[in-house]
Design a binder for this molecule. Structure first.
Ligand SMILES: *Cc1c(COP(=O)(O)O)cnc(C)c1O
Length: 440
C-alpha cells in the first residue's frame, strides 16, 4: 500500500513548520498569530476546538495559481473543488477572485449558487449523479457536466430531451496512471471506480455527438489527490492530448480540456511540485491544441490556509509513554485516522513553543484508538489549557467532521488582516437531537 514517499525524513521542527507558512508567525508576547490576529484571543472569545482560516492566504494562493497559468500563456480557468471546504465564506471569497466551482452533489451545486458563483462557471463531477441531480444541473444550465459512464450519458440524454435542454458534456477519462498517492485517494487507475476507460473514450464521444440533448465539448481527467510529483500528471495529460488529436481526426469538436485537481501540499514541509512546474506540464501537453484549459484544485487552494485550534485537556503518562489529550478529535479532523495523514502540530504560547521537546502521542478524547493525531511527535511539555494549532487543516477538515460521540460541530473563524469573524457559531448540544423523533 502506498506509504508516503517521505516517511524516512525527520519531522520538521516547530520553528520550521511556522516559518514555511507565511500567514503564521510566533510573537514573543502574543504567541502564534494568523495574519495579525493572535490565535489565543480567538480561543478566549470563541473557545476550542475551532477551525480558523486565513482570507489573505487564500487570496494569495488563488492569485499565485492564476498568475502561474497566465505566465505560461495558458487560457486556463480554475474551478474550485467545493468538497475540500464548502463554507459559503470560502466560496464567496473565491468567487470574488473569479473562481468557478467543481461540484459533486446537489448540495454542493446549491451551495455554489448560494455563494453567487455563476452557473456558467460550474462543473459537475462524480460517478453517481441521480436523475434529480442531473435535472437540477440542467435547470440551472451549468457550464459543464462531466460524465463518468455510457450509462450516465444515456440517462442525461433522456432527461435533457424531456426538458428540452442541451447538456454540455465532458466525458471524464480514466487514463490508467498511478498518481503515487495514498490508496484511498487514487482515482486514475483502471481498477478505480472513476471515469471512462481510455480505450472506450472515442466510441463514447462518438455516441455523445449522436445522442439528442447532448453536446460533447471536451475531455476531462482527475487522477487523484495529494499528488506530490509531476510525473503522473505528465503521463495523464500526454494521453489526454493524444485523445484530443484522435477525436479531432475523426471530425469531433473538442474545445475544453479539464485537467482535474489533485495538486498536493507540503504537510511535512517536504519538497513538492511548483505551480510553474504544473503550468509547464499543462502547456507541454496542450499548447498547440488551442483548447480552453479547466482545472479543479481543492486541497492546494484551501489546505494550508486553515488550522484547527485545540486545547490540551491533560497530559497523561502511561507505560512510559506520554499522551497529549486534546479537546479536538477524529470527529472534527478525520484525516489522520482515515488516511494516516501527517499534520504539523504547534504550540500557540510562545513560552510553550520554546520549551524542550520530547516525543508524545497527540490524541483526542473519542473512544477509538484511531482517534490519534500524531504518534511520537516531538513537542514541549503541554499542561492543561495549553493551546495547540493543528496545521494545514483548511481542506478535508470541517467538511468531513461528524457528530460521533455526540460532539457538536466546532466553530469556524475567518481571519482577514487584523479583523476576524465567526463564520460558523459552535453548534449547541441541543442541535444534535433537534431533528430526532421519538415514537410515542
Ligand atoms: C476531489 C476532486 C477534486 C479536487 O481534488 P484536490 O486533491 O482537493 O485538488 C477535483 N476534481 C474531482 C473530480 C474531484 O473528485
Amino acid at each position: 500500500m502506498a506509504a508516503a514517499p517521505d516517511d524516512n525524513t525527520p519531522d520538521p521542527s516547530i520553528a520550521e513548520l511556522i516559518a514555511a507558512r507565511p500567514h503564521l508567525r510566533m510573537h514573543a508576547m502574543d504567541g502564534l498569530t494568523m495574519e495579525d490576529v493572535p490565535l489565543g484571543r480567538i480561543a478566549d472569545e470563541v473557545g476550542t476546538p475551532t477551525w480558523i482560516y486565513s482570507a489573505g492566504a487564500l487570496r494569495a494562493r488563488y492569485r499565485a495559481l492564476t498568475g502561474a497559468l497566465k505566465d505560461a500563456g495558458l487560457d486556463a480557468h480554475p474551478h474550485y473543488a467545493v468538497k475540500a471546504n464548502d463554507h459559503l465564506a470560502i466560496l464567496s471569497l473565491l468567487r470574488r477572485e473569479g473562481a468557478g466551482a467543481d461540484v459533486v452533489s446537489e448540495g454542493e451545486l446549491l451551495r455554489a449558487r448560494a455563494a453567487g458563483i455563476p452557473a456558467s462557471r460550474i462543473v459537475y463531477s462524480g460517478v453517481g449523479k441521480s436523475e434529480r441531480e442531473l435535472r437540477l444541473a440542467l435547470t440551472e444550465d451549468i457550464g459543464q457536466i462531466n460524465v463518468e459512464s455510457g450509462e450516465e450519458l444515456r440517462m442525461l440524454s433522456a432527461i435533457a430531451v424531456s426538458m428540452d435542454r442541451i447538456a454540455r458534456v465532458v466525458p471524464r477519462i480514466n487514463p490508467d496512471v498511478d498518481a503515487g498517492t495514498h490508496e484511498k485517494i487514487s482515482t486514475g487507475r483502471a481498477r478505480d471506480k472513476f471515469g471512462i476507460p481510455f480505450d472506450e473514450a472515442i466510441a463514447l464521444y462518438a455516441e455523445a455527438s449522436r445522442l439528442p440533448g447532448i453536446e460533447p465539448v471536451g475531455i476531462a481527467t482527475h487522477i487523484g489527490s495529494q499528488i506530490m510529483d509531476l510525473a503522473p500528471y505528465r503521463a495523464a495529460f500526454g494521453r489526454i492530448a493524444e485523445l484530443v488529436r484522435a477525436l479531432r481526426e475523426k471530425g469531433h469538436t473538442v474545445r475544453v480540456v479539464d485537467c482535474g485537481g489533485g495538486l498536493g501540499i507540503p504537510y511535512r514541509n517536504q519538497p513538492g511540485p511548483s505551480l510553474a512546474g504544473l503550468a509547464g506540464v499543462i502547456k507541454a501537453a496542450f499548447h498547440n491544441l488551442d483548447v480552453r484549459v479547466a482545472l479543479e484544485p481543492g486541497r492546494w487552494l484551501v489546505g494550508p490556509t486553515g488550522v484547527l485550534l485545540a486545547s490540551v485537556i491533560l497530559q497523561k503518562q502511561a507505560s512510559g509513554a506520554r499522551f497529549v489529550v486534546l479537546d479536538a478529535a477524529m470527529n472534527d479532523l478525520v484525516r489522520p485516522a482515515m488516511y494516516d495523514a501527517w499534520h504539523g502540530i504547534v504550540p500557540v504560547g510562545s513560552a510553550d513553543a520554546a520549551g524542550p521537546v520530547s516525543p508524545g502521542d497527540v490524541v483526542g478524547p473519542v473512544c477509538e484508538s484511531s482517534d490519534t493525531f500524531a504518534r511520537g511527535r516531538l513537542l514541549p511539555d503541554l499542561g492543561p489549557g495549553a493551546l495547540v494549532a493543528i496545521l494545514d487543516a483548511g481542506a478535508y477538515g470541517s467538511v468531513m467532521s461528524s457528530p460521533y460521540n455526540a460532539r457538536p460541530r466546532a466553530a469556524e473563524v475567518l481571519v482577514d488582516g487584523s479583523d476576524w469573524t465567526v463564520i460558523r457559531a459552535r453548534q449547541p448540544h441541543s442541535a444534535l437531537w433537534a431533528d430526532e423523533i421519538v415514537p410515542a
